[in-house]
Design a binder for this molecule. Structure first.
Ligand code: ADP
Ligand code: MG
Length: 395
């Protein structure tokens, strides 16, 4: 689960990480008061969307920059009005962009140098890894590719947590040596690691982390991702979820406990089990098709879930065919057959449907479908099913 920059910075403050003061608002009526509360000098106007690269982004209106440093209140108002309610396209949003529904006004900081700092989970070593770089404000992927020597990586043993030698390695990598700065970096790293660990984050990223001419260290940006499997432990974090930032179909699916991920192909898949869903997508590709989604109805789906799954799939205008591929293990093939029949009563099936059932009570399931009079194409093997749906979707 992702949160907005302004929410992440509020959490940072609670963990002793310095951030510029700021105020987030959702309506233009609140702009003036928010700007006044931030200060009278230079301020920064920041679009809040769940995607990075905002500074270099462009609005579909033609307005350039989702992050603007301005000198006066008038300029701040002008920038905020150009952002709110409009769609910002960055290299992370995809061409469709994201509508900006929140504006964050913050104090502008004097920047001496920008750095990069992140903590994430290193899946090779199964340990948290701190990644730091002197190349702040840049795309870290690009830095890793072109100048990997400018990146310091420090693995943390989860049993000990962050230790003084980890912090020394980061300080050395970033070129910090002044005593006061080392003290600040020490506090920042402790706070950031505690936040990462206590809140079950999968990633925290500060880009840029800055030093000021006065020698202070501060987080100017904040990107945080929480491990969704641990959210039950953090009701306070769940309240920060912004459903408006998530794919509507994915939100709907999560309400019904379906694992759904939208993709950009034309053949929808309805499958039980993540492994089977992956191989179904592979085989569709193998026969020249393109999956429109990943959809796992789980091992014990009921009729209501199957109906909802069809509704979600069919709400995608790109879908030109549906492949149902179910292995009845825990679930009886009869349940899925009844689900398809019920769904066909409630949702209009506007595209060809190929169904492949196998496993528990398969004969009964197939019989139910055959007796239902539904216009569907049965298939016997996965290859047969994939070929049939690719063919039908073409027509
Ligand atoms: P994004 O990464 O989405 O482009 P950032 O918050 O990193 O958004 O802002 C882009 C750039 O704007 C930063 O790299 C920094 O140079 C500048 N910036 C952001 N916040 C401030 C601030 N409070 N004071 C001064 N400059 C800022
Ligand atoms: Mg940034």
């Amino acid at each position: 689960m992702n949160i907005h920059e302004y929410q992440a910075k509020e959490l940072f403050s609670q963990f002793g990480i310095s951030v510029p003061a700021g105020k987030a608002v959702q309506s233009a009526d609140a702009f003036e008061e928010a700007i006044d509360s931030v200060g009278s000098g230079k301020i920064v106007v920041k679009s809040q969307i769940h995607a990075g690269g905002r500074g270099k982004g462009t609005f579909t209106t033609g307005y350039k920059g989702g992050v603007k440093v301005v000198d006066t209140k008038e300029e701040a108002l002008e920038a905020a009005n150009a952002m709110l309610g409009n769609t910002l396209v960055t290299h992370q949003t995809g061409p469709a962009g994201r509508e900006v529904k929140t504006i964050y006004f913050t104090e502008a900081s004097d920047i001496e140098k920008e750095y990069y700092l992140a903590i994430l989970l290193d899946r090779d070593s199964s340990k948290p890894v701190i990644i730091a770089s002197t190349e702040g404000g840049m795309d870290i992927e690009e830095v890793a590719e072109k100048t990997p020597e400018k990146i310091t990586k420090v693995l943390i043993d989860p049993a000990t947590g962050i230790m003084p030698h980890h912090k020394r390695a980061i300080a050395f990598g970033l070129g910090f040596s002044a005593k006061e700065q080392l003290k600040q970096l020490d506090k920042l790293l402790s706070g950031l690691y505690k936040f990462f660990w206590d809140k079950d984050c999968s990633m925290v990223e500060i880009n840029p982390l800055i030093t000021t001419p006065a020698g202070d260290i501060m987080a100017l940006d904040a990107k945080v991702n929480f491990d969704s499997n641990a959210l039950y432990r953090h009701p306070d974090i769940v309240t920060l979820r912004d459903l408006g930032e998530e794919d509507e179909k994915e939100v709907k699916a999560s309400e019904y406990n379906l694992s759904y991920i939208a993709l950009d192909g034309n053949i929808a898949c309805l499958v039980n089990g993540a492994g089977l869903a992956m191989s179904t997508m592979d085989i569709i590709k193998h026969f020249g098709g393109n999956p429109a989604n990943f959809l796992d109805v789980g091992g014990g789906a009921n009729e209501e879930q199957v109906t909802e799954a069809f509704r979600i799939i069919l709400s995608d205008p790109n879908v030109e065919g549906i492949l149902v591929n179910i292995f009845g293990g825990i679930m009886s093939c009869k349940t899925i057959a009844n689900g398809i029949i019920a769904a066909a009563k409630n949702v209009e099936m506007t595209v060809p449907l190929v169904v492949r059932l196998e496993g528990n009570e398969v004969a009964e399931g197939k019989q139910l479908l055959a007796d239902s009079g539904l216009a569907l194409t049965p298939a016997d093997s996965l290859a047969d099913a994939a070929q049939k749906i690719v063919e039908l979707a073409k027509k």
